[in-house]
Design a protein around this ligand. Structure first.
Ligand code: AQP
Length: 329
């Protein structure tokens, strides 16, 4: 029997952080053993925010190396650069023509990201349509995403259903796969907003490549709440976020962690959390250093990945072009 397909991607903006790991990469790692997996560096999405070209190029390669260092295995999964597979934007155009302005206006991520901007580019607005194209192109059954991306995935489903209804069955309807823990890691300084890799305040995030000294400084500075009891609750968002990171990295239960720290101060929990993060990221950083220096290996992974991805993408796109009425080349 054919394996089910999973598809996910991260845009190469900012620095990959522990939120991205817990919300995405950790799940990818587990899922790649069970599913046919395609993991993209979605570089075209990254253009929706201002980029320095040389930095973007470097970051794209760095992200591929970090994917592999986090356990994504190019022998099991397809790792590809979105811009290497031109079918993404071609399908996006078809989906654009099916998507309503009102649907995109409702996207909370667009509202958040455009909030304080003077000039908002159209790419930021149509980002969810490109994401739908990323997913539908590969006939993905399952899309592992953090809770923040759920609304985008719903749009992908709606567009697939709409296309299938209008032109006949073409796309699989993708299901979200949202992890139980780590789905929404919050900012260290402002625990009411999510941790984001391109946050301009680097104290808000733990980057996967942060040095041990920086990790220590950031966790020590992380906002905790008034009171002294180590308890996971809504009125203690800062502390609860630290417990979330703790339990997601150790796979311990929240109640067990609360129990362990009865009568102990916040500083004790922070000290242990620093150790947990350092121990966890150590081997990833070591592996990363090896991979990033082997440019030939990275080029080979990407060339192999884009060849396999393009093969699948072409199959879907030619079906779509035929159904919408384009003349065959
Ligand atoms: N705080 C988070 N907690 C759990 N999961 C998260 N993800 C992002 N932030 C958290 C998941 O990581 C993947 C990143 O994909 P993306 O870069 O395409 O999207 P994003 O949601 O815009 O991520 P960031 O970190 O907020 O990036 P920037 O700051 O560049 O916009 C997704 O699977 C997401 O759910």
């Amino acid at each position: 029997m054919n394996k089910k397909i999973i598809l996910s991607g991260i845009q190469p903006s900012g620095e990959l952080c522990i939120g991205n790991y817990l919300g995405a990469l950790k799940q990818w790692n587990i899922l790649q053993d069970k599913y046919e997996s395609i993991f993209l560096v979605v570089d075209m999405h990254a253009l929706t925010v201002d980029q320095v070209p040389s930095d973007l190029r470097q970051r794209c390669l760095s992200f591929v190396a970090q994917y592999i260092a986090c356990g994504i295995d190019p022998d099991k999964s397809i790792i590809a650069m979105q811009s290497h597979v031109h079918e993404h934007v071609e399908l996006m155009w078809v989906l654009n023509s099916l998507c309503y302005l009102g649907e995109l206006n409702r996207m909370t991520q667009f509202k958040d990201k455009s909030k304080d901007k003077k000039n908002v580019n159209v790419g930021l607005f149509t980002y969810p349509v490109l994401m739908a194209s990323d997913i539908l192109l590969y006939q993905a059954d399952l899309v592992p995403v953090g809770a923040d991306q759920k609304q985008h995935l719903e749009l992908s489903r709606d567009l697939a259903i709409r296309f299938n209804y209008k032109y006949s069955d073409t796309f699989k309807i993708p299901e979200p796969f949202i992890p139980e823990s780590g789905a929404r890691i919050m900012s260290l300084q402002d625990p009411l907003k999510k941790m984001s890799k391109s946050d301009s305040n680097l104290n808000n995030i733990i980057a996967l490549l942060d040095s041990n000294a920086i990790i220590k400084k950031k966790i020590n500075r992380a906002v905790t709440d008034s009171g002294s009891e180590i308890k996971y609750s809504e009125d203690k968002p800062g502390l609860s976020n630290l417990i979330d990171i703790y339990t997601s990295l150790t796979n311990e239960k929240i109640e067990d962690v609360e129990q362990k720290y009865i009568g102990k101060m916040y500083s004790v929990l922070k000290k242990d959390l620093i150790e947990i993060i350092i121990d966890f990221l150590g081997p990833i950083k070591e592996e990363y250093t090896k991979i990033i220096s082997d440019k030939a290996y990275l080029a080979e992974v990407l060339s192999d990945g884009s060849e396999k991805a393009s093969f699948k993408a072409r199959r879907t796109l030619s079906k779509v072009y035929r159904k919408v009425g384009f003349v065959k080349k």
